[in-house]
Ligand binder design. Structure first.
Ligand SMILES: Cc1cc2nc3c(=O)[nH]c(=O)nc-3n(C[C@H](O)[C@H](O)[C@H](O)COP(=O)(O)OP(=O)(O)OC[C@H]3O[C@@H](n4cnc5c(N)ncnc54)[C@H](O)[C@@H]3O)c2cc1C
Length: 442
């Protein structure tokens, strides 16, 4: 399901991010060594890394910088992998690639925060760790195993006692957890705009409001066509994520399943009240089947997420009401909440959840399928893709380069069922544990 919304008025980041850049559409015929389609994190960090290395690079964007998932995500910068344990990763990729992937991922947040520091990107960056809290005492063992695994692979962290979890979160709903250090959060649109500024400062060119509507081979070169201009390039990267539109590569939108997610943000709250919840400005994510996810913005708005299932997400009134009751269950001290900002975004989800690099033709690549880890992972992939486009051996990269593959549709449905089941299972478990107050129902 593809859902769009009026971003300028509904998405909190369009109210709070650093100023947009002043960029123009493509009106002329240009030539470059490497052309990139899409100005999200993937396209922009690749362009930045290439420009830093002195390469001649042009980015062409259909809408504006950060229009896709990069401008509307929640800004959690989580340098771990989605879902899969290392044993499964080894089965999918073999030991060599599994090791490279895990190394890339655990170092990915470092790349994000050092880019922010080096280029002085104004994006509310906070790198003081993520609270991964246990919804049940039984989940602590799992969290401890994860902490140990990631620590072994270079991501520092420590376990939190129930008292520490209560103190740092401001909620009595958790039973301890894992403080994932070297992780954090940021203003996602501010980060995208900052990456674009950095790429421009290194000599890259970026054009906006110029959907690429054709890509043709022209001798040994590739010709990208927009409504009023064109770019001829030796190599091309399609970095169009879940917002892949139009014909640059027919069928590319079958490489992922668009999974819609809702973002919600309140009006700014009283700073004294803010101090009672997540007082260390951590991101919070817990182990509920339908996870509890919160963070603050610099201007004191609480930000959360709702995953589509049943009326959740589809019905803004019901979703707002449910998220108010859920938030009050977690943080009763916050009282009434006014979710002024309510927006949608699509994930480029695929079963493996590790980004896929496809060789579409000679010197034409795409990279998508980040499945909800794009802030750190797309940033790290920028370096990988820059190496690939600059001529590195494909087999030496952190992620394999594959021939194009479609995904089986149905991930969005599966995810929706899994969140519904998760809510049911959590309530059942808590009832059996004798909890006095169960989480609310939709
Ligand atoms: C609601 C939501 C919450 C999320 N939360 C998090 C989070 O907290 N942490 C995290 O790490 N990740 C999160 N993600 C995932 C993350 O946002 C993405 O993985 C990441 O932004 C993908 O970046 P990208 O550059 O590959 O794609 P995008 O940012 O989607 O960029 C693709 C760009 O390509 C352009 N484009 C498409 N077709 C064309 C064309 N024909 N011509 C020119 N341009 C074109 C689009 O306009 C778009 O700007 C979330 C995603 C969503 C939707």
């Amino acid at each position: 399901m593809k859902i769009t919304t009026d971003l300028d008025t509904n998405c909190v980041w369009f109210r709070t991010a650093a100023e947009p850049l002043s960029l123009a559409p493509l009106y002329t015929q240009l030539h470059c060594d490497i052309a990139i389609v899409g100005a999200g994190y993937t396209g922009l960090t690749t362009a930045l890394r290439l420009a830093e290395a002195g390469q001649d690079v042009i980015v062409v964007e259909a809408q504006e910088v950060g229009y896709g998932a990069s401008g509307r995500n929640l800004g959690h910068c989580t340098p771990t992998l989605h879902y899969w344990p290392f044993s499964k990763l080894k089965k999918m990729y073999g030991l060599e690639y599994a090791t490279r992937i895990i190394r890339m991922q655990t170092q990915a947040a470092k790349q994000v925060f050092s880019l922010i520091e080096n280029y002085q990107i104004d994006c509310e960056a906070v790198c003081n760790g993520i609270l991964r809290l246990a919804a049940s005492p039984k989940h602590l063992k799992f969290l401890e195993k994860q902490k140990d695994f990631y620590q072994e692979h270079g991501l520092p962290g420590r376990m939190l006692t129930p008292d520490e979890a209560r103190d740092l979160s401001g909620s009595s709903r958790f039973h301890g957890g894992w403080l994932m250090e070297g992780a954090g959060h940021l203003n996602p649109l501010g980060y995208a705009r900052g990456l674009a500024r950095a790429a421009l400062s290194q000599g890259a060119k970026i054009f906006i409001q110029s959907p690429v509507n054709g890509l043709k081979k022209d001798g040994s070169q590739w010709h990208l066509q927009t409504a009023e201009g064109s770019v001829t390039a030796n190599k091309v990267l399609l970095a169009t994520g879940a917002y892949t539109i139009g014909p640059p590569w027919p069928g590319l939108d079958k490489a992922f399943d668009p999974v819609p997610i809702v973002g919600l943000a309140t009006d700014p709250v009283d700073p004294a009240l803010r101090q009672q919840v997540l007082k260390g400005d951590h991101s919070l994510v817990d182990t509920h089947g339908d996870p509890i996810l919160y963070k603050w913005t610099r201007d004191n708005r609480l930000v959360t997420t709702a995953f589509f299932s049943g009326a959740m997400g589809r019905d803004p009134e019901k979703t707002r009401d449910y998220m108010t009751r859920k938030t009050q269950w977690v943080f009763p001290q916050l009282g009434s909440l006014n979710w002024t900002c309510y927006w949608y975004g699509n994930l480029d989800a695929q079963y493996r959840t590790i980004p896929r690099v496809f060789r579409l033709d000679d010197n034409v690549y795409s990279c998508l399928g980040f499945s909800g880890r794009g802030v750190p992972t797309a940033t790290a992939m920028g370096s990988v893709l820059a190496d690939l486009l600059a001529g590195a051996n494909e087999t030496e990269l952190s992620v394999p380069v594959e021939s194009f593959r479609r995904v089986l549709p149905g991930l969005a449905t599966l995810q929706s069922i899994s969140f519904k089941w998760g809510r049911f299972r959590d309530r059942l478990r808590m009832r059996l544990d004798g909890a006095s107050e169960l989480p609310p129902t939709l």
